[in-house]
Design a protein around this ligand. Structure first.
Ligand SMILES: [Zn+2]
Length: 103
């Protein structure tokens, strides 16, 4: 596990992630992106920053589940859950997440 800053459209989250997740989140532009990693556990998130509040907070962002209905995306892939990490203070979105599973 490594502690990394992960970027989203509405801020960032500092979380413990695996080397595998670092690879998924790295798009080669010098930043890691939250949306490229599957849903983070609350206990893995150490800090979050909300652009709307323009503030950094200790502790995890909130998780807001938008949809969890096992939607088939293709013959091989199922979208299990879709949601957002949101600021614990103002509820604005920090980033989206998606959880997939293979058939
Ligand atoms: Zn906020």
């Amino acid at each position: 596990m490594v502690e990394k800053q992960l970027h989203g459209s509405g801020g960032w989250i500092i979380a413990d992630i695996t080397e595998e997740q670092v690879k998924s989140a790295d798009l080669g532009v010098g930043k890691l992106f939250i949306a490229k990693i599957e849903k983070l556990d609350l206990e893995k998130m150490k800090k979050h920053f909300c652009k709307n509040c323009d503030s950094e907070f200790d502790g995890p962002a909130k998780i807001h589940v938008e949809e969890a209905k096992n939607e088939a995306i293709s013959d091989e892939l199922i979208l299990v859950e879709r949601g957002q990490y949101t600021c614990h203070k103002c509820n604005s979105m920090i980033s989206e997440y998606r959880v997939f599973s293979k058939k």
